[in-house]
Design a protein around this ligand. Sequence first.
Ligand code: SF4
Length: 359
Amino acid sequence: MECIIPRRDSMPVKIGSLTVGGRQPISVQSMTKTDTRDVQATVAQIKQLEDAGCEIIRVAVPDMEAAKCLGQIRSQINIPLVADIHFDYHLAIEAIRQGVDKLRLNPGNIKDTEKISLICREAKRANIPIRIGVNSGSVDRKRFPEITAQAIVTSAMEHVHLLEECDFTNIIISLKASSIPLTIESYKLMSEMTPYPFHIGITEAGPIRSGGIRSGVGIGILLSMGLGDTVRVSLTADPIEEVYAAYEILQSLNLRRHGIQLVSCPTCGRTEVDLQEIVYSMEDKLRAIKKPLRIAVMGCVVNGPGEAAEADIGVACGKGVGLLFKKGMPLYKVPQEKIVEALMDEINRIGSSGEGTEK
Ligand code: SF4
């Protein structure tokens, strides 16, 4: 199904080979949780994230030792590398020399205009963008005792102007607050003031369950308002969960298709198989499949065939059995213990045949 959400007309900005904004597909990004100085562990985590569909990766650069590892990391990965830097302009300059594809920093934290101008000159020469990331926590409380959307946007615009005064406009903006209404209001206000693309997310969202829901609500609302060019879900969890969650949000709004969309019924007193076991076992196996397919696992024959009919592959379960469907046509019945195996066989068959739902 086509996405019907009109998107904000943002300026296109290139990060390595990827374009963010300018109505390009909304990209998915994450951040490593390893010590950046441990190149092997960081590259291993990035490779896992690449496999899961991560399209941009950010690493923390807390000191010069970490900055000097960026080139080695960059040479071993396939997606754009972003250096996350605070306060020390030497780290920004070194990160650019190491070949990163983007910087994330707040020029206001560096303060000295000569140092900011030097970073801009080097970033311009390397043709890489800078993301200004303003969090509600980083807004100056002396000037803004109350953190409002206006305070966040004013603070962000001051950072933007610092770069623009250096004739630097290769900018991406993020405005994050752990309060969802405040985040939404801030992005809405900012969208009326600049053409720069938006990196969106809900900061400090929390662990998988609650953080995933909070991110789904916040990011989902922003996307449904047409705001957002690249997404990062922040979770206190393995970063691979951030990538899965981001695609789930984008798929829910038909903004991207990536991998399997698994729909299943909640089960009720009519269910006569162990549907939870089937679904959870399927969910793990399906993560490796990149092809966009819709799979339905339904607990009974009341709603099962109808829902399964809209899927590429589906199963409607009865007493100890499952009736498999393919594109609405019944295939065959299998005993309960064979349902997962039979579904996986059909999914792999359809996956290798080039069939599937729309991209
Ligand atoms: Fe219950 Fe059937 Fe609906 Fe599942 S599909 S919730 S088993 S009525």
